[in-house]
Design a protein around this ligand. Sequence first.
Ligand SMILES: NC(=O)c1ccc[n+]([C@@H]2O[C@H](COP(=O)([O-])OP(=O)(O)OC[C@H]3O[C@@H](n4cnc5c(N)ncnc54)[C@H](OP(=O)(O)O)[C@@H]3O)[C@@H](O)[C@H]2O)c1
Length: 305
Amino acid sequence: MEKIQLGKSGLNTSRLIYGCMRITGDNSPSDREKGKQALRSAIEAGYNHFDHADIYAGGLSESLFAEVLKESPGLREQLIITSKAGIRAQDTPKAGDPKCYDFSRDYLVSSVDGILGRLDIESLDLFLLHRPDYLFNAAEVAETFMQLHRAGKVKHFGVSNFTPSQVSLLQSALPVPLQVNQVEINIHNINSFTDGTLDLCQQSGITPVAWCPLGGVAYSAWGNTFSAADEQRIENELSLQAEKYGCQPWQVILAWLLKHPAQICPIIGSTTPERIVAARQSLELDYSREDWYRLLEARNGEAVP
Ligand SMILES: NC(=O)c1ccc[n+]([C@@H]2O[C@H](COP(=O)([O-])OP(=O)(O)OC[C@H]3O[C@@H](n4cnc5c(N)ncnc54)[C@H](OP(=O)(O)O)[C@@H]3O)[C@@H](O)[C@H]2O)c1
């Protein structure tokens, strides 16, 4: 699979990243086996970068991943392993505590220790702050990152769901480059095209990573505001383009994201081996500027001004 440099890290990431949010399913033995099979399929298909968060299935996604790592000695060294933290569940650590974001030093250090324990690895390749803490102190976060780096627990750092100004604020306090901003990008949510997120990524050499890339195509987008007529228009255009490019409509939508010069890396979250493998076809499409704008026009219901 095509690889690109992840930020300025020197690490080469597969252009498609595999997302581990759904791998445990309902945590039954059959769903867990399905999740392991999905991971094996992704590895076999050339995905070398796996995305986690401490909150996925309450940590069970990371421990299931560890089981697959153990199956193949030497596998860990071939992979880029990302995890995220900073979201504290309700009633944690004390009953009555609200759900909140927490970028305090103690919380982040203990979160990384938990992640490393569940993944059963010595160090994370990339650690991301999951969602911006309203109370985040850039200097404290920068010191925490450097402490984690010096301790050999984290090699590289990045953020998720950060606005451009939040990225700039944290970067201004950090002696090392932020490598990634992981944000929602799909046909429904195109905020990153216009709010400066992708501009800053291009300018600063940060890799934009797209979560839920198929939201609004394979399933309803988060906070869906599309009307039935919008969905029909998008579906019609996707069908036309899928026929033209000899692929499936959802592969067109991945090509639409991949076309952006900021080099968006979509995270594939399917647990179906055929889809995990077939997603690679989106990398092969010679997707045109005209079709990119046709799909935007179908999404917006009008031509660009
Ligand atoms: N940073 C953040 O805040 C954040 C938030 C959400 C997610 N994420 C990351 O992003 C990753 C991807 O998100 P996601 O799982 O929502 O991604 P996704 O790849 O957009 O969606 C996957 C879901 O769509 C279904 N699907 C995929 N292709 C389909 C098709 N052709 N037709 C019908 N259904 C299809 C899958 O079902 P099957 O499994 O049955 O194929 C699965 O339920 C996550 O795993 C996680 O790593 C990050």
